[in-house]
Unconditional design. Structure first.
Lengths: 724, 154
């Protein structure tokens, strides 16, 4: 029944909030099936999605199903809702929606997470309908009160008005009455011509809190009586604790307990420093298990061997092998990418409190329901007895899909009922126990006709995909996990004969995961570098070569041309007035339904030191809901991808991660940041993602420029291995 | 007990002299705006002012902070309002995830105190804290804007 107010946890949270605010908040129980065809079913299921609450002062509380990790969801998502509800952004407080089915609004109402560059595009219509339906209910309430027709009423931000009589009531005055109304179906949405928030650079809702120290991240959570835990996990993946002598540290200052966690030991103390200090003194040995012999060197050999195996066919157009065999000219190259870590600036952490019948978890996470899942499993409590608080995330980038840190906090809290326990990982634990972007490789062969036109492209992509490991439900065919080869299929370039083979090379001992842009991050580097090799083999300008192959692809063409125009494309290296050699490199890639082209200008001095000076980006994500955030996400994506390309690499020896902190795992420094310029193309195509698509093209764009500068083709990252 | 003077207020904390100042500020005095990023003085997320001097609190022991004035992000605003760097940060929507920004703003405040009109090169040379979201370009631009705001207000 869609007439009832949502009386689940979400309702309770609203009541809690209103009590804290000293005022009543009226929840508008809005039935919002995300797919129009599902209305009937949704009603039978009482599938209410309750996002909007309004208090008596007209203040709007918006329950966001998506978490904020920097990508702007606490601004863009409420703005979409506010456009239709007709309220000003400053009147909205954004809170994280509680767990449960009400907020599983993705993939036909089956799941909720924040990732895959999906937040805006998966909820755009849902949020518009939520706002529009709530507005219609407020209008209805006003019309009934005034005894006029709803159709004669309209709204201005925060108020319903009746133009004929000049009557006006604020949303706060109408909320209680409106909340009792049946939500109407099929409320018409605004004409996009009258948008005043969607498509505008709406200011972020979190800038003030994040500029004053007031913003609360998971690591900042304060709970009365809270204890702090430092953890030491097995340095070898799959290893277990063999022995430890808790008595050696229990008498150290502040130490409360020493406990085992699934893959290690935790010291619990009155504050983190005491816990960490005692942990360092704890006599502790691990049974390293069967993975103590693993090394990235050995795995590289396995990947290389796999490059010659037939594997599974992911894509086949024409007959690439035959076309290559009869080609006038052929080229071939092998590419490699290392394991890389997410390195969120906020290390992994989680706070948990378990009692006999309740569990509260304060967890920076990219999936609230994932936290509930592990909490239910560990505590044996039902989801209704579990509450998850999601503070701001100090970066996510795909790392906080995996719940290892939450499992630790809940496990410890269960052993100490009634005591809130906060687990914080040191940076070393964070880097050495990440779920890494998988190490991978690819082999490319291309054939050209006598005129130098490409006639065939054959790709073999090898590695293991994180999708199979972490979200197997999304893998339709286990032989063809797209997270291995995405970016090497469905290329926009018109090449008659094209084949992509995939060979799965499990890397079991190593934890792998989703790293911003996932398979695209390495595959774009492989593919756009090789396309560049093809251009040079054909004696063509790399930009012109691509453009010529995009004949039937107007969106790609426009994006590529826009980036090139922005850059003032130069296909040849030059020497600037200061005597510094400079060159441009270009890359074009589609990921998450958005198309991005990036042109990088790189300089090389006489000592062989290079610098990425400027980057010009063009992006077609269909339509930019918030162009300011879109630009910043592309800029940030460039930084993230460039950081990895420059110096990021996780290696393992004897089953252990070699790198430990920023001194051995360098991330991009401010002085290495290029000037980035972004142009948005609103093509009107279906909405694409924006958090990730800026990342893939930067590595090949830079490497392609370096080729022009040095004659050296970079076929393996990071760049810190090379001298130019 | 040790007395720490944080943001103009005396705090009695039960801290050993070798405890990193960062953890005393966060866990004992309760100012969580100052962040833990690396613990080795590398990233700058823990930046504070110690007697006005830019300091990485994760690698500064409590013992070195006695009798000195500690300023954290929470103590940067005055009765006149936000610090010019904070104003510029808000005006230009610099933060993304925001985790490193307390340290960035503290670093900007230290720079602007020492050099009210820094050049682009000086900003790039002095603003060295790490950010993973890639807000560097916005940070540089906000420091310029903060210098303007500071100039207008003085």
């Amino acid at each position: 029944m869609s007439t009832i107010l949502n009386l689940s946890l979400s309702r309770r949270q609203f009541l809690g909030l209103s009590a804290a605010a000293g005022a009543s908040v009226f929840l508008l129980g809005v039935a919002l099936p995300t797919g129009c065809a599902k209305i009937e079913q949704a009603e039978q299921d009482q599938d209410l999605n309750a996002f909007i609450g309004i208090d008596a002062d007209g203040h709007v509380i918006f329950q966001n199903p998506f978490i904020e990790m920097g990508q702007g969801t606490y601004t863009s998502i409420p703005a979409i809702m506010a456009e239709e509800l007709d309220v000003e952004m400053p009147s909205i407080t954004v809170v994280q929606a509680p767990h449960g089915p009400d907020y599983k609004i993705m993939f036909d109402n089956t799941i909720r997470f924040t990732g895959g560059s999906l937040s805006v595009r998966s909820s755009y219509m849902t949020m518009r309908k939520a706002g529009a339906t709530a507005r219609a209910m407020l209008i209805q309430a006003a019309a009934e009160q005034w005894g006029v027709k709803p159709g004669d009423c309209t709204t201005e931000p925060g108020s319903v008005v009746h133009a004929a009589t000049g009557k006006k009531l604020g949303y706060g005055q109408l909320a209680e009455k409106a909340a009792k109304l049946a939500p109407p179906k099929d409320v018409p949405l605004k004409d996009s011509a009258s948008f005043r928030l969607i498509g505008q650079p709406v200011k972020r809702t979190d800038s003030l809190a994040k500029s004053t120290g007031a913003a609360e991240f998971g690591i900042d959570v304060k709970v009365d009586g809270m204890l702090h835990a430092a953890v030491m996990q097995s340095p070898v993946f799959g290893g277990k604790v063999a022995s430890y002598d808790k008595d050696a540290v229990l008498k150290l200052p502040g130490v409360v307990a020493v406990e085992e966690i699934p893959n290690g030991v935790a010291v619990i103390a009155d504050h983190f420093w005491h816990a960490k200090k005692a942990l360092e003194k704890l006599p502790l040995t691990f049974d390293e298990g069967t993975n103590a012999g693993f090394s990235t060197q050995d795995y590289k050999v396995r990947l290389q061997a796999a490059l010659s195996e037939p594997g599974h066919v992911a894509e086949e157009v024409g007959d690439a092998a035959k076309a290559i065999a009869s080609a006038a000219k052929t080229i071939e190259a092998e590419y490699h990418a290392p394991f890389i870590a997410h390195v969120t600036m906020e290390p992994m952490n989680c706070t948990a409190l378990v009692t006999k019948d309740h569990c509260t978890v304060w967890a920076p996470n990219q999936g609230v329901d994932f936290v509930v899942g592990v909490a239910a499993e560990i505590t044996g409590l039902k989801p209704e007895a579990i509450e998850v608080v999601t503070p701001f995330l100090g970066g996510g980038f795909g790392r906080r899909f995996v719940m290892d840190y939450a499992i630790q906090a809940i496990t410890l809290a269960k052993k100490h009922p009634g005591k809130p326990i906060k687990v914080i990982w040191t940076r070393e634990e964070d880097i050495q126990h990440d779920h890494y972007r998988p190490m991978s490789a690819a082999k490319f062969s291309a054939g050209f006709d006598k005129a130098g036109n490409p006639v065939a492209l054959q790709i073999t992509s090898v590695g293991e995909g994180p999708m199979t490991r972490l979200m197997p439900g999304f893998v339709k065919n286990p032989d063809l996990d797209t997270s291995v080869f995405e970016g090497t299929v469905e290329l926009p370039y018109a090449i008659q004969n094209k084949r992509t083979n995939v060979v799965n090379v499990p890397v079991k001992p190593v934890q792998i995961g989703f790293w911003r842009s996932v398979g695209h991050s390495q595959n774009c580097f492989f593919k756009e570098s090789f396309i560049d090799e093809m251009a040079h083999a054909a004696g063509a300008d790399p930009f012109e070569f691509r453009l010529k192959l995009l004949g039937e692809q107007p969106r790609f063409k426009k994006v590529l041309e826009t980036a090139a125009n922005l850059a003032g494309w130069k296909g040849k290296p030059w020497t600037d007035p200061q005597g510094l050699k400079r060159a441009m490199g270009v890359a074009l890639h589609e990921s998450f339904n958005s198309i991005v082209a990036e042109v990088a200008e790189v300089s090389l001095n006489q000592d062989g030191e290079f610098k990425v000076e400027r980057v010009w980006c063009a992006v077609d994500c269909g339509f930019a809901v918030n162009p300011a955030i879109v630009k910043r996400q592309i800029e940030g994506g460039v930084c993230y991808g460039l950081s990895a390309a420059m110096g990021e690499q996780i290696t393992l020896e004897k089953g252990r991660v070699v790198q430990g902190n920023f001194d051995t795992y360098p991330i991009l420094r401010p002085d290495q940041m290029p000037v980035v310029e972004v142009e948005i193309i609103n093509s009107g195509a279906p909405l694409g993602g924006i958090g990730e698509p800026g990342t893939p093209p930067i590595a090949p764009a830079v490497c392609n420029a370096l080729f022009l500068l040095s004659g050296q083709r970079v076929r393996s990252l990071p760049l810190s291995q090379y001298s130019f | 007990m040790t007395t720490l003077l944080i943001n103009g207020k005396e705090h009695q904390v039960d801290a050993e002299d070798d405890m990193p100042l960062l953890w005393a500020i966060r866990d004992l005095a309760g100012y969580t705006g100052t962040k833990f990023g690396c613990g080795i003085g590398f990233c700058g997320a823990c930046s504070i002012l110690l007697d006005g001097v830019l300091t990485r609190s994760c690698s500064t022991p409590v013992g070195a902070a006695k009798d000195k004035a500690i300023t954290t992000i929470e103590g940067l605003a005055t009765e006149k309002g936000l610090h010019p760097a904070q104003q510029a940060w808000v005006e230009q929507d610099v933060p993304q995830c925001g985790y490193c920004q307390s340290g960035q703003i503290i670093a900007a405040a230290a720079l602007l105190k020492e050099n009210p009109h820094p050049s682009d090169e000086e900003i790039r040379a002095k603003m060295v804290n790490l950010c993973r979201c890639g807000t560097y370009q916005q940070i540089f631009s906000a420091v310029k804007r903060a210098a303007e705001i500071q100039g207008e207000q003085s």
